[in-house]
Design a protein around this ligand. Structure first.
Ligand code: ATP
Length: 407
């Protein structure tokens, strides 16, 4: 069974508001075994919305609309649905009474305009809204179901889980959708795709998606089967050869981020870490400490930008500041001062200006120090400041992961 989600609201077409309702609904529908095949955002325009609804009915058996059920002129969902399905709307006295009661309880007189929310599309079932004013509606039409839900996320979630899910569960044929996420570090997206495409292209199910961020590629495999066991077996079948091809470049096989994976290794090895950062300005410490329980293994972070404080706090006397020697001296200095098992350091030019250094923008040195000494890696990254800094932290964490695992 397939679904389409339509998020209504002109504010969702600006950069000020994000459509998060569809993400929640997608998760819920997937868990039921329903695939979301299309989702879209439509502004507060009745004709456009009516067009979208007609189109959605052609491709999906479940159409969910969120938003635009309120009382104001720009709340056009009811009118658009009535137009798309050529159905009339009926004023529902009981709902109008309930709305008035709700306002009375709040000690307010209800504005006349609120009565618009008491219009129900012919043949629709009412979905009461115990968290807000606008009721939802459920309409069955030509073998498909259309759900009208309110826009505010807390109202929409309550209405969906309490009233819609049980009905959907009884109608949707049992299908298990399961996802396996592998995460890979230190590999360009195109190289990864070239390597694993011969495997995943053999399968239409599971569907493979590759998502790339700075220094971090996610390979998502999504299987749709009759049972959970079949879906998991299929995922294992496809993940095995991909796993062999990518080897130890895979740092996570359950979607966990690098900082969580490294954190767990540090905990298991009872090996605390400290960091000394220049170009990443605390981002590395932030990633490590964003993991709950990181106080078990994170000892300290030094953010030293100036030459003077690199010398005073870390004992660094090397030149230039962006160099292999400085990175190593920072890591060794941090380790000596904290007594941590491991210390990581970063120095580089994140740009966009040269920052007084002669190295080109994107030049980065990352060092790791432990009881056996120190080692340093040099990279030349492309991208803006954020991306270079993100790449650098990923590289540092991956160096630590490899060091702990002896790779
Ligand atoms: P109301 O009675 O509050 O007017 P409504 O059903 O008409 O309810 P909207 O007016 O469309 O809903 O949206 C109300 C608020 O809910 C929006 O300002 C926005 O903050 C939030 N909202 C609406 N749609 C979404 C969405 N798809 N994702 C996240 N938030 C949303």
């Amino acid at each position: 069974m397939q679904a389409e989600i339509i998020a209504v609201g002109s504010e969702l077409l600006t950069s000020q508001r994000l459509d998060t309702n569809s993400l929640y609904l997608t998760d819920q529908l997937n868990a039921l075994g329903v695939e979301v095949v299309t989702k879209c955002v439509v502004g507060d325009d009745r004709d456009r919305l009516a067009d979208s609804i007609r189109r959605a009915f052609r491709s999906a058996q479940i159409v969910i609309i969120t938003g635009g059920l309120g009382p104001t002129e720009d709340d056009v969902t009811r009118d658009a649905v009535a137009q798309a399905l050529s159905r009339k709307q009926r004023f529902h006295e009981e709902i109008a009474g309930q709305l008035e009661e709700r306002f009375q309880k709040m000690g307010r007189k209800m504005a006349e305009v609120n009565k618009r929310q008491a219009f129900i599309i012919e043949g629709a079932e009412i979905l009461p809204n115990d968290r807000g004013t606008a009721p939802g509606q459920w309409i069955d039409e030509a073998g498909a179901s259309l759900l009208l839900l309110p826009g505010p996320p807390h109202e929409m979630k309550a209405m969906f889980t309490l009233q819609c899910l049980p009905r959907l569960e009884s109608r949707v044929p049992k299908l298990a959708i399961r996802t396996l996420v592998m995460r890979v570090a230190g590999m360009p997206e195109s190289d990864l795709d070239q390597l694993i495409a011969p495997v995943y292209k053999k399968y239409e199910n599971p569907v493979t998606t590759i998502l790339a961020a700075a220094g971090d590629i996610q390979v998502h495999l999504r299987a749709r089967c009759g049972t959970e066991a079949e879906a998991l077996a299929l995922l294992a079948e496809v993940a095995a050869p991909i796993g062999q091809l990518l080897g130890d470049r895979i740092y996570s096989r359950n979607g966990e981020p690098m900082e969580a994976v490294v954190g767990e290794l540090l905990r298991q090895h009872r090996a605390p870490v400290s960091v000394a950062e220049s170009c990443t300005g605390g981002l590395l410490a932030e990633r490590l400490t964003s993991v709950p329980g990181s106080s078990d293994y994170f000892e300290a972070g030094f953010v030293t930008y100036t030459r003077r404080l690199k010398a005073e706090l870390l004992g660094v006397t090397t030149n230039p500041l962006v160099s292999k020697e400085t990175a190593e001296a920072m890591a060794v200095g941090a380790r000596q001062r904290t007594g941590s098992t491991y210390a990581l350091s970063t120095t580089g030019v994140a740009g966009p200006g040269q920052g007084g250094e002669t190295a080109p923008v994107g030049t980065v040195y990352v060092a790791i120090a432990d009881e056996s000494g120190s080692r340093v890696s040099h990279r030349q990254f492309l991208g803006d400041r954020d991306r270079i800094r993100q790449f650098t932290t990923q590289m540092a964490l991956d160096m630590l992961r490899r060091r702990i695992l002896g790779l």
